[in-house]
Design a protein around this ligand. Structure first.
Ligand code: FEO
Length: 206
C-alpha cells in the first residue's frame, strides 16, 4: 500500500492519509488501456485533419482548409473527453507516440474520401469500445461512449455530404469555388463540458 504525505505534521493529530489512486480505481484495466489507445487515435485524427488543412491551404482552397482545421479542433476535444474520463474513473492516462499523417492528396475530393474512410474506421473503434464495456460489465463507460456513438453518425454524414457536393458541383471552376465558400463558414463549437453521459451532439458541420 502506498501513501503520499502520510500523517503530515498537523499539531500531533494524525492527518487523513492521501491514498494512492490505485486504491480507488474504478475503471478496469482492459477498459483503461483501450481508452488510452483511443486517445491516441483521436490525437492522430486531429493531426491528420491538420495535415489536410495544410494541403488545402497549399492549393489555395481556404474554405476547405478552414473545414479541416475545425475538424482537427473537434478531434482534440474528443481526445480531451477521453482523457478527462479516465482521470474521473481513477485511471492513469498514458500518452503514446502519434504517427505522422500523410501530407498529400490527389484532389479535394480525394481528401474528403479519406476523411470518410477514416471516420468509418474511428466508428469501428468506438463500437469496439462499446462491446468491451458491455463485456466488462461497465455501464458507466457504456453511457459515456453514447456521446461518441452519436458523434460518429454526424462525422460520417458531414464527410459524405461534402463528397456528394463535390461530385455534383465538380472539382474545378465555379462549382469548387462555391463549395469552398460554403466550407469557409464552418466554425468550431465547443461541445458541452464533461462528455460522460452528455447526450447533446456537436453543432452540425456545414
Ligand atoms: Fe473523433 Fe472524427 O472522430
Amino acid at each position: 500500500m502506498e501513501f503520499c504525505g502520510l500523517f503530515a505534521g498537523n499539531g500531533g493529530i494524525p492527518a487523513i492519509p492521501l491514498l494512492h489512486k490505485e486504491l480507488w480505481l474504478m475503471i478496469k484495466e482492459k477498459v483503461r488501456e483501450a481508452i488510452n489507445a483511443q486517445i491516441n487515435a483521436e490525437l492522430y485524427s486531429s493531426y491528420l485533419y491538420l495535415s489536410m488543412s495544410a494541403y488545402c491551404e497549399s492549393i489555395n482552397l481556404r474554405g476547405f482548409a478552414n473545414w479541416m482545421k475545425v475538424q482537427a479542433q473537434e478531434e482534440l476535444v474528443h481526445a480531451a473527453k477521453f482523457f478527462a474520463y479516465v482521470n474521473t474513473r481513477g485511471g492513469r492516462v498514458l500518452l503514446r507516440e502519434i504517427a505522422g499523417p500523410p501530407t498529400e492528396w490527389k484532389s479535394p475530393l480525394d481528401a474528403f474520401k479519406h476523411v470518410l474512410e477514416h471516420e468509418i474506421k474511428v466508428t469501428g473503434l468506438i463500437n469496439d469500445l462499446v462491446k468491451l464495456a458491455v463485456n466488462e460489465n461497465d455501464p458507466a463507460t457504456q453511457t459515456f461512449l453514447q456521446w461518441f456513438v452519436n458523434e460518429q453518425v454526424e462525422e460520417e454524414e458531414s464527410a459524405n455530404d461534402a463528397i456528394q457536393k463535390l461530385k455534383l458541383a465538380g472539382e474545378t471552376g465555379p462549382g469548387l469555388f462555391m463549395i469552398d465558400r460554403e466550407l469557409a463558414t464552418r466554425v468550431f463549437v465547443m461541445p458541452p463540458a464533461g462528455g460522460a453521459g452528455a447526450a447533446a451532439p456537436n453543432a452540425p458541420a456545414p
